[in-house]
Design a binder for this molecule. Structure first.
Ligand SMILES: CCCCC/C=C\C/C=C\C/C=C\C/C=C\C/C=C\CCC(=O)SCCNC(=O)CCNC(=O)[C@H](O)C(C)(C)COP(=O)(O)OP(=O)(O)OC[C@H]1O[C@@H](n2cnc3c(N)ncnc32)[C@H](O)[C@@H]1OP(=O)(O)O
Ligand SMILES: Cc1cc2nc3c(=O)[nH]c(=O)nc-3n(C[C@H](O)[C@H](O)[C@H](O)COP(=O)(O)OP(=O)(O)OC[C@H]3O[C@@H](n4cnc5c(N)ncnc54)[C@H](O)[C@@H]3O)c2cc1C
Length: 672
C-alpha cells in the first residue's frame, strides 16, 4: 500500500515514482498539519465541491473583468450557502467554512468576505444580548450583508486621529454620524463599495461637546430592497487593486446621518438616554475584531505559502532542464541543490506558520471566553503575540512565495501558475489589519515593559519567561551531539534576548542623558522592530519544536523533524549577524550549520512531493496549471493559453486601426 495517498491512475509517471518514495503516510501528515478532524472534513468537502458543478468557476478568473469577477463570486457564494448543509458538517465552524470558500470561491474576495471575518466577530464580541438578537442572528442567517468600516482616507494606523463623528442628540435619543472632511471618508472596507447594506462604523463618540474616543456603531447604509444608498450616505468602490479584485473595497461618507442611540455597540462601553457614558473594562476592548483577524491570518498565510510551495515543488519534479552529469540526460530541476535551497525552507515555513496559527487561535478563543466574563488579563499578551506573528509571518510568506514564483522560471510569471494571484492576496496582509512595521512596534512596547518586569525578577507573561534566564556566552552548536537540536533553539533564544536587552539599555541611556521617552523611542525604532522580529522568530522555532515533540507516530515525527531542523539552520543563517556580533557563534559553527543544512536538503528531497501532497489542496482549490496533482503541465498550459480573450480572433481590431496604417504609411514612405 503506497504511503502517498495522492497516487492515481493516469498520473504523470515522474510524479508517481516520486510519490512511491514517501517514508510516511500523507493522510497522517495532513492530520498533523490541519488536525485530524479538519483534515477529514477538508477531504470530504473537496469531493462534494467537485461534484457540485454550480460551485465551479465558469471560466478562469484571469480572463475576467472586475465586474465579471464580482458577479461570478456573488453567484458562487450564493450557491455555496444554498448547498452548505449538504457540504459541511457544521456551518458555524469558521475553519470548515473557510476551506469550503477556499475550494469553491478562491481568495480573490466575495461579497461576504468581511461580513464573516470582521462584521460578525465585532458583533459577537461587542454587541450586548439585545443587539446580538437584533443583528447577529440576521447576519448569521444572511438576511443582511455587513462590513467593517474603520479606516479613513486620511488615517488607517493612527486610530486616535479618525475624524468621523457620532454626536449624541439627547432630544431625539439618536447619534448623528457625520464625515466632516474629505479625509474623514471611510476608505478600504472590503465589500463596502457595491455589496454591503450594513456596516460596523468606527466614529468618535461626542456627548455634550466632549469626545470619548472612537467607538463602534451599527449603521444601515443601503435600502434592503432597492440596494440604493440611504439618505445622507455616499458610497462606492475605490477602484482596482494589486490583487483581491473580486472584492469591492469601498468609500463611505455621512452627511449628518441619524441612527438610534442603541446602534452603538454596547456590550462593554455604554451611553444611556441621559448621555451618561460607561467606560469599557479595557480601553482596547473595541479593537477585538482586529485581533480576531490577526489571529486567523497566521494559519491562512501559512496556507498561502503552502499553496505556492506545492505548485513550485510539483512543477520542479515535472520540469527537466540541463544536465548534472554530461550525457546522462536532463534532470528534474528539483535535483539542483540551489532549487532545493530555494524551496524547502519555504515549505518548512509554511508548516510552522500553520502550527503557529493553530496555537494562536487557541489563545484567542481563551481570551474571547474570558472577555465574555469581563476578564481581560490576557488581552495584552494576545495583542503582542498576534502583532508580532502577523507581521513576521506575512513578510516571510510573501518573500517565500516570490522564491516559489522565481523557482518556476518563466511559467511562474504566468497567471497560469496561480502564484501571482495568491501572492497578491497574501501581500495585502502586510498592510491590512495593522501595517507590519507599526504592529512590530506594538510588540516592541510589550517587550520593553517585559524587560522592566524582568529587572524586578518578575515575568510579564508566559511568552517572555525566557527573559529571566541567564545569557550563555557561547553556543554549543557543533560542540555537543546534535540530539534534538537544543543548542540551535537556544541560539534563537539568545539572539532575541540579547537584542531585546540591548535596545532596552540603549533607550535607558538616551533617557538618562535627558532625552524624552518618545524621542529616544524614535532614535531606536529600527532596533526595536528588530527585537520584535527576533522574539517572534524564536516563538516560531519553539512552536515547531513543541509540535514535533507532540507527534506520536515515528515516521511522521521523523519527517517533520527533518523540516524542523532545516528551519532552524536556515533561519539561523538568515540572522547570523546577530550571533556573530557578540561572538556567540564562531565561524566554524556557522560552517557546521551550513553543512548540516545541505545534508538536510538531500534528506528531504525524496519526501518533497509527499510533504506538499500532505497539504491536500485539491486542484480546484489550488487553481494552478503548474501545480496540478497529476503533473500534466504542458498540454494544460497550452489549453489554458488558448482560453485567452486575445485568441478569440486571429486578427484583433487594433491591428487594422493602428498598426496596419502605420506600416502601410512606412512602406509608402520607403517606396518614395
Ligand atoms: C463565506 C464564509 C467564509 C468564512 C470565512 C472565514 C474566515 C476568512 C478569513 C480570512 C479571509 C482572508 C483574507 C481577508 C482579506 C482581506 C482583509 C480583511 C480584513 C482587513 C480589515 C482591516 O484592515 S480593518 C482595519 C485594521 N486597522 C488596523 O489594524 C489599525 C492599526 N492600528 C491599531 O491597531 C492602533 O491604532 C495601534 C495599536 C497602532 C495604536 O492604538 P492606540 O489606541 O493609539 O494605542 P497606543 O497608544 O499605541 O497603545 C496604548 C496601549 O494599548 C495597547 N493596545 C493597542 N491595541 C491593542 C489591542 N488590540 N489589544 C490590547 N491592547 C492593545 C498598546 O499595546 C498599549 O499598551 P501599553 O500602554 O501597555 O503599552
Ligand atoms: C486589501 C486591504 C483590505 C482592507 N480592508 C479593510 C477593511 O475591511 N476595513 C477597514 O477599516 N480597513 C481596511 N483596510 C485598511 C487597512 O487596515 C489600512 O490600510 C492599514 O491599517 C494601514 O493603514 P494606512 O493605510 O493608514 O497606512 P499608513 O499608516 O499611512 O502607513 C504608511 C507608512 O507609514 C508608516 N507608519 C504609520 N504610522 C507609523 C508609526 N506610528 N510608526 C512608524 N511608522 C508608521 C507605516 O509603517 C507605513 O510604512 C484594508 C487595506 C487593504 C490593503
Amino acid at each position: 500500500m503506497p504511503l502517498n495517498k495522492e497516487i492515481q491512475p493516469g498520473d504523470n509517471d515522474e510524479l508517481t515514482r516520486e510519490r512511491l518514495q514517501a517514508t510516511f503516510d500523507t493522510q497522517q501528515m495532513a492530520a498533523a498539519l490541519w488536525g485530524s478532524d479538519l483534515a477529514r472534513k477538508r477531504r470530504e468537502l473537496a469531493k462534494k465541491v467537485d461534484k457540485l458543478t454550480v460551485l465551479h468557476d465558469s471560466k478562469d478568473m484571469s480572463f475576467m473583468t472586475r465586474e465579471e469577477k464580482l458577479s461570478e463570486n456573488a453567484r458562487k457564494v450564493v450557491q455555496m450557502f444554498a448547498h452548505v448543509a449538504d457540504i459541511v458538517e457544521d456551518p458555524s465552524d469558521d475553519a470548515e467554512m473557510f476551506h469550503l470558500s477556499s475550494n469553491a470561491i478562491g481568495h480573490e474576495g466575495h461579497p461576504f468576505g468581511v461580513h464573516f471575518v470582521m462584521f460578525i466577530p465585532a458583533l459577537k464580541a461587542q454587541a450586548d444580548d439585545e443587539q446580538r438578537e437584533k443583528w447577529l442572528m440576521p447576519a448569521l442567517g444572511l438576511q443582511l450583508i455587513g462590513t467593517y468600516a474603520q479606516t479613513e482616507l486620511g488615517h488607517g494606523t493612527n486610530l486616535r486621529a479618525l475624524e468621523t463623528m457620532a454626536t449624541f442628540d439627547k432630544a431625539t435619543d439618536e447619534f448623528v454620524i457625520h464625515t466632516p472632511t474629505v479625509t474623514a471618508l471611510k476608505w478600504w472596507p472590503g465589500s463596502l463599495g457595491k455589496s454591503s447594506n450594513h456596516a460596523v462604523v468606527s466614529a468618535n463618540l461626542i456627548i455634550d461637546g466632549k469626545s470619548y474616543g472612537h467607538h463602534n456603531f451599527m449603521v444601515q447604509i443601503r435600502d434592503e430592497n432597492t440596494h440604493k444608498p440611504l439618505k445622507g450616505i455616499t458610497v462606492g468602490d475605490i477602484g482596482p487593486k494589486m490583487a483581491y479584485n473580486a472584492s469591492d473595497n469601498g468609500f463611505l461618507g455621512f452627511d449628518h446621518h441619524r441612527i438610534p442611540r442603541r446602534n452603538m455597540l454596547m456590550r462593554h462601553a455604554k451611553v444611556d438616554k441621559n448621555g451618561v457614558y460607561t467606560k469599557p473594562p479595557h480601553a482596547k476592548i473595541g479593537y477585538s475584531a482586529m485581533v480576531h483577524v490577526r489571529s486567523v491570518m497566521i494559519g491562512h498565510q501559512g496556507m498561502f505559502l503552502g499553496s505556492a510551495s506545492t505548485i513550485a515543488i510539483r512543477y520542479s519534479l515535472v520540469r527537466r532542464q540541463g544536465e548534472i552529469k554530461e550525457g546522462s540526460g536532463e534532470v528534474k530541476i528539483l535535483d539542483y541543490q540551489t532549487q532545493q535551497h530555494r524551496l524547502f525552507p519555504q515549505l518548512a515555513r509554511a508548516y510552522v506558520f500553520m502550527f503557529a496559527g493553530k496555537e494562536v487561535r487557541e489563545l484567542y478563543q481563551k481570551v474571547l471566553s474570558d472577555m465574555e466574563k469581563g476578564e481581560t488579563t490576557l488581552l495584552a499578551d494576545l495583542h503582542a503575540l498576534t502583532s508580532g506573528l502577523k507581521s513576521v509571518v506575512t513578510h516571510l510568506c510573501v518573500a517565500g512565495m516570490e522564491q516559489c514564483r522565481m523557482a518556476c522560471g518563466g511559467h511562474g510569471y504566468s497567471r497560469a501558475s496561480g502564484i501571482p494571484e495568491i501572492w497578491g492576496v497574501a501581500v495585502g496582509g502586510c498592510t491590512y489589519e495593522g501595517e507590519n512595521m507599526v504592529m512590530l512596534l506594538q510588540l516592541a512596547r510589550y517587550l520593553m515593559k517585559a524587560v522592566k518586569e524582568t529587572k524586578k525578577g518578575k515575568s510579564l507573561g508566559r511568552l517572555v519567561d525566557y527573559l529571566l534566564l541567564p545569557q550563555d556566552r557561547h553556543s554549543l552548536i557543533g560542540r555537543v551531539p546534535q540530539g534534538e537540536y537544543g543548542p540551535h533553539l537556544a541560539a534563537f533564544e539568545h539572539i532575541a534576548r540579547r537584542q531585546i536587552f540591548k535596545v532596552a539599555d540603549e533607550l535607558t541611556k538616551l533617557q538618562d542623558k535627558g532625552m524624552s521617552k518618545e524621542i529616544a523611542w524614535q532614535k531606536k525604532a529600527v532596533e526595536l522592530q528588530r527585537a520584535a522580529r527576533l522574539h517572534t522568530r524564536f516563538y516560531l522555532a519553539a512552536c515547531f519544536h513543541r509540535k514535533v515533540q507532540s507527534v506520536v507516530d515515528g515516521r511522521i515525527r521523523e519527517a517533520l523533524a527533518d523540516l524542523y531542523h532545516l528551519h532552524l539552520n536556515y533561519e539561523l543563517l538568515d540572522m547570523v549577524n546577530y550571533a556573530l556580533e557578540d561572538a556567540y557563534l564562531k565561524a566554524d559553527q556557522v560552517d557546521f550549520i551550513r553543512e548540516d543544512m545541505y545534508r538536510l536538503l538531500e534528506t528531504i528531497r525524496p519526501n518533497a512531493i509527499s510533504l506538499v501532497d500532505a497539504f491536500e489542496f485539491s486542484d480546484r482549490e489550488l487553481r494552478s496549471v503548474l501545480g496540478r496533482r497529476d503533473g500534466h503541465v504542458y498540454e494544460n498550459l497550452y489549453k489554458w493559453a488558448k482560453e485567452s480573450e486575445l485568441n478569440r480572433a486571429d486578427v484583433l481590431p487594433y491591428f487594422d486601426k493602428y498598426l496596419k496604417p502605420m506600416m502601410l504609411a512606412a512602406r509608402q514612405r520607403s517606396n518614395i
